[in-house]
Design a protein around this ligand. Structure first.
Ligand code: MOS
Length: 780
């Protein structure tokens, strides 16, 4: 199935949206919980036999485009106070003195909290560990006088209005005792260290490299990159009296935040409810609880009233980031186009207090047939906050380096880069020497190349021109994990044929509301508009953080198991009816279809669900079920992609445009081809940003980020996005889980920056290995 996006199709899409009015009805349920139901006029709810696999519009789409979807900073309550954060102006040292007198004199200011006067919170670093915290001692905001990074929160001003709080924050005076800091990765690389379990070398890569016909060795660099979701990190804490709080938080994991707040403040789980019905983008930034939620709760406890704290865009640059990473690749190849040796060594940034690590290098040893491979991921400590996850952490960066190096090997071999990938194609996981549950990367190469027109490529750099532009075509492979983790779901079925499905998971914009409705509708044999979805509430059934592209496969499996239990109960009720046509039916012999319990052998034997429930005197049936994934330890489970990119480079000015991208993805069964394609398109745009735009720049003299705003931190804008075509190749997978789902999202960014960089080389004959590829580097 293929999707294309271009600026023209975006405009057409906008017109269609207005004309048809896609579904999605959101109502506040009581004071707090949000429920989303597909509307009758959704084009996908017209008598379909299966919603899984159909391109279904988001059921929360209307709520989002009409502004009725509420985000963490949108919830109001009487007596709300507003916070504003004061940040450290030095990178390392201690606070000698904080003078809050001028701030306190501002009309409307209620309090200024610092490490000196804040309410109590956890005394140990362990109290601040969240579910996905890396090794080390987590940052504790306003804990003591130590300064760990420039931009660190050191005071919280609370006021009747946000304007008063923000103005007063500008009047807080701070004296520091400064110490020498290091924020330059290249200055710290010699003291880098290894924390992960020892890597798995095979053969002898050094010896094989030395003996290889073709040797390519180079260093690649990906700079520090910061998250810039549209929604700023924000928390609205509702003070409910006693010890009770409800917290609207921007997060990818409400139950993670709930556990964290209980630990930090010594509160009982029943007293803290965390809600996040809508998230305006996160991509990893919201996996860990961010410091604003601690400060907002601290403020609420200090004032004993409700508090909202929204970080400013510059303050977002004091949170986790994609670590700047130096990648060294050494690849030895045989003149026949097979690989003899791969060595991949990475050095990534982390803080002085935590060791965040996502292995960049294992992908290089995993993907291609190669008898000798060695890899090691190292960390370097800097006086920055701890690095964090950003869209395909470890792979977006590591595979960038690998796939550029592969392109350089292909050039040295005078071999088509796609042909090189095919010659070292592996049907087995090369690290673990295991087969895959499924791997349709070959089909990605074939279908992607055909859609792009790769066979018309002239291999000679600078050989393709269009007017004043040099035209370049590049390609790369992508790989990510197909992860599954424990989830639970609740389904409540009412006798009027409506079902409500719920889970604590977030929907960070990926389409989780919609796929939960689709799977529930299919499993219960109900129309999509008979399904209501609730999520993003810590009081709902278990969910870990929404990350790793694991949610779709996991929550769908939990829903399928729950629906199965419901089906069995309905059969028991149907059997109990006098003269039941299903009296002899075994559980495996019946399905739920069209509001009925139906024999799969003889569709004439059926009982209406409503009748069965009414006869039993039941208005509703409720089940909570969870995932029960079979261990597939003897199989590897990954998603793959092939990316083909076209660039046009103005020969005089060096301006680069990415005019076409084809991304062919193998990710098992695709639940919703529309939202999945949207995920991949968004990731491709992210990859274009990595290749050409994104870079956090620090002034190492001050240890301070200089471009902490979206005017100077460049991300692709509409004018940078041209044609993107997404192809999902068929990848049946009977082993991964009963529905054959692997999950998409992160796979969409992996390899994109390499495909663009390789296209730039093909256009210009110039290899720029440190990202982003800006015109000054190209013309240098
Ligand atoms: Mo993603 S980096 O797993 O939110």
């Amino acid at each position: 199935m293929t999707f294309e996006i271009s600026r023209r199709s975006i405009l057409q899409g906008a017109v269609a949206l207005g004309a048809i009015g896609y579904a999605g009805q959101v109502r506040a349920d009581g004071a707090q919980q949000v429920a989303v139901t597909a509307q009758k006029n959704d084009q996908a709810s017209q008598s379909m036999t299966s919603y899984i696999g159909t391109p279904t519009s988001r059921i929360d789409g209307r709520a989002k485009v009409t502004g009725t979807a509420k985000y963490a900073a949108d919830f109001n309550t009487p007596g709300l106070a507003f916070g504003s954060v004061v940040q450290s102006a030095i990178a390392k040292g201690r606070i000698a003195r904080i003078d809050t007198q001028d701030a306190l004199r501002v009309t409307g200011v209620l309090a200024v909290l610092t490490h000196d006067n804040r309410p109590p919170m956890g005394d140990t670093p362990a109290a601040f560990k969240d579910d996905v915290a890396p090794e080390g001692a987590p940052f504790r905001p306003l804990y003591d006088d130590s300064i760990l990074f420039n931009g660190q929160p050191i005071a919280l001003v609370l006021a009747e209005t946000w304007e008063a709080a923000r103005f007063a924050a500008s009047l807080v005076r701070v004296d520091y005792e400064q110490e020498a800091h290091v924020t330059d990765l290249y200055a710290a690389r010699d003291s880098s260290f290894v924390i992960e379990k020892p890597d798995k070398p095979r053969g002898n890569a050094a010896r094989a490299f030395a003996a290889a016909d073709i040797r390519h060795e180079a260093e690649y660099y990906i700079p520090m990159e910061h998250h810039n979701p549209m929604e700023l990190f924000a928390s609205t804490v509702l003070w409910e009296g006693g010890d009770k709080l409800a917290v609207y938080d921007k997060t990818q994991g409400v139950q993670n935040v709930q556990r964290y707040l209980c630990s930090v403040f010594g509160m009982k789980p029943d007293d803290v409810r965390v809600l996040s019905p809508f998230v305006g983008g996160a991509f990893g930034a919201g996996l860990r609880p961010q410091y604003q939620v601690v400060l907002a709760v601290l403020g609420a406890r200090a004032l004993e009233r409700s508090v909202r704290l929204v970080l400013t865009r510059p303050q977002m640059y004091g949170l986790g980031y994609r670590p700047g990473t130096i990648e060294r690749l050494a690849i030895g190849a045989n003149a026949g186009g097979t690989l003899d040796a791969i060595t991949h060594e990475a050095i990534a940034m982390t803080s002085q207090y935590e060791a965040f690590a996502r292995n960049d290098t294992s992908w290089s040893a995993l993907l291609y047939k190669c008898a000798n491979a060695t890899y090691v991921h190292r960390l370097a400590r800097l006086d920055f906050p701890t690095a964090g996850d950003m869209r395909a952490p470890g792979a977006a960066t590591g595979v960038y380096a690998l796939e550029c190096a592969m392109d350089e090997v292909a050039v040295a071999l005078k071999l088509d880069p796609l042909e090189l990938r095919l010659r070292c194609y592996s049907d087995r996981d090369q690290n673990e020497d295991k087969p895959y549950t499924s791997k349709a990367l070959r089909e990605c190469y074939q279908q992607g190349a055909a859609a792009f027109g790769w066979d018309k490529r002239n291999p000679e750099p600078r050989s393709m021109r269009e007017g004043g532009d040099l035209v370049g075509w590049g390609m790369a492979s992508g790989v990510w994990e197909a992860l599954q983790v424990e989830f639970a779901a609740r389904i409540v079925l009412t006798a009027n044929g409506h079902a409500e499905v719920s889970c604590a998971t977030s929907d960070i914009g990926t389409g989780t509301y919609t796929i939960m409705a689709q799977v529930t509708a299919d499993m219960l044999g109900l129309p999509l508009d008979s399904i209501t979805v609730k999520l993003g509430d810590s009081s709902l059934p278990h969910s870990p953080v929404e990350g790793g592209s694991w949610t779709a496969a996991s929550v769908s499996h939990a829903i399928a198991n729950t629906a199965d239990a419901l089906r069995k109960e309905l059969l028991r009720l149907a059997k109990a009816m006098p003269g039941s046509p299903l009296a002899a039916a075994a559980p495996e012999e019946v399905a739920l279809e069209g509001g009925k319990i139906v024999s799969k052998k003889d569709s004439g034997r059926a009982v209406s669900i409503a009748d069965a429930m009414r006869r039993a005197g039941l208005d509703r049936i409720e089940h909570v079920g969870k995932t029960d994934f079979k261990a597939h330890g003897d199989h590897a489970h990954n998603t793959h992609s092939a990316i083909f990119a076209e660039v046009k480079v103005d020969e005089q000015l060096g301006v680069i445009r990415v005019t076409r991208v084809v991304s062919a993805v193998a990710a098992g069964r695709i639940l919703n081809t529309k939202t999945a394609a949207s995920q991949v398109m968004g990731s491709v745009v992210g990859g274009i940003g990595m290749a050409l735009h994104e870079e956090t720049v620090a002034d190492h003299g001050f240890g301070r980020i200089m471009n902490a705003n979206i005017a100077e931190y460049h991300i692709p804008v509409n004018a940078d996005v041209h044609d993107i075509k997404v192809i999902f190749v068929d990848e049946p997978d009977a082993l991964i889980n009963p529905l054959g789902i692997k999950g998409v999202g992160e796979i969409g960014i992996v390899g994109v920056a390499a495909a663009v960089a390789n296209a730039v080389y093909h256009a210009t004959g110039k290899r720029v290995r440190d990202l982003p590829i800006t015109l000054d580097k190209l013309l240098a």
